[in-house]
Design a binder for this molecule. Structure first.
Ligand SMILES: [Mg+2]
Ligand SMILES: [Zn+2]
Length: 206
């Protein structure tokens, strides 16, 4: 019997999503994929201007601890306000720069920023709107990230659901706006932390 003829051989598609091929080229490291609105900064709707950016209480400390521990800290955010015509990509990038400045003032930095500007009702579906996985695959290729060793953190189920696809961990950090169904699914299938600080402790095993 030769059940195992193909054992150990990954298809091209499997390689693309696991990032395993990167480890042959250079050391792939684990990442924490962080949601932006409601996770790192206050969610005040479609943020268009830099002066609307307000860090969540523990955000800078959380990112700095990940920086010191050599985890890549990467924002992946749905920004359908762009598809809706409420803000431009230039607005988004100005907000991103403000967030980077606020973190830098506190000794923290992000290794990457990825955003989906689309919305299915405004221009059709895409592969990158969370829980879509395209931006994670792109980040893995560009930043040498091992997705199966990575962690997804956010305040909605769609932020952490990609962990099920890639085989990593997903930690929901709920807030007052988190739908009860999202919390129930996270408790059942992934993990939940009371605060971003607690999530970082769970990631760093401290
Ligand atoms: Mg959010
Ligand atoms: Zn998209």
């Amino acid at each position: 019997m030769t059940h195992n003829t193909h054992s150990g051989v990954l298809s091209r598609a499997q390689l693309a999503v696991t990032g395993d091929h990167l480890s042959n080229i250079r050391e792939a490291r684990a990442a924490v994929f962080l949601d932006r609105d409601g996770t790192l900064i206050q969610d005040v709707g479609y943020i268009k201007a830099p002066d609307q950016v307000e860090l969540m209480n523990s955000a800078a400390n959380a990112v700095r601890r990940l920086n010191y521990a050599m985890w890549a800290s990467i924002i992946v955010t749905n920004q359908s306000g762009i598809a809706r015509g409420l803000l431009t990509e230039a607005d988004y990038r100005a907000v991103q720069a403000r967030l980077d400045d606020l973190l830098a003032e506190r000794g923290a930095f992000l290794d990457g920023h990825y955003f989906c500007p689309h919305h299915p009702d405004f221009g059709g579906p895409c592969d990158c709107r969370k829980p879509g996985t395209a931006l994670y695959t792109q980040a893995a290729l560009e930043l040498a990230v091992s997705l199966k060793d990575s962690v997804w953190v956010g305040d909605r189920w769609r932020d952490i659901a990609p962990a099920l696809h890639f085989g990593g961990r997903g930690i929901l950090v709920p807030n007052a706006a988190t739908p009860p169904d999202d919390l129930a699914k996270a408790r059942e299938q992934l993990e939940v932390a009371a605060t971003l600080t607690d999530a970082v402790h769970m990631i760093l095993h401290v």
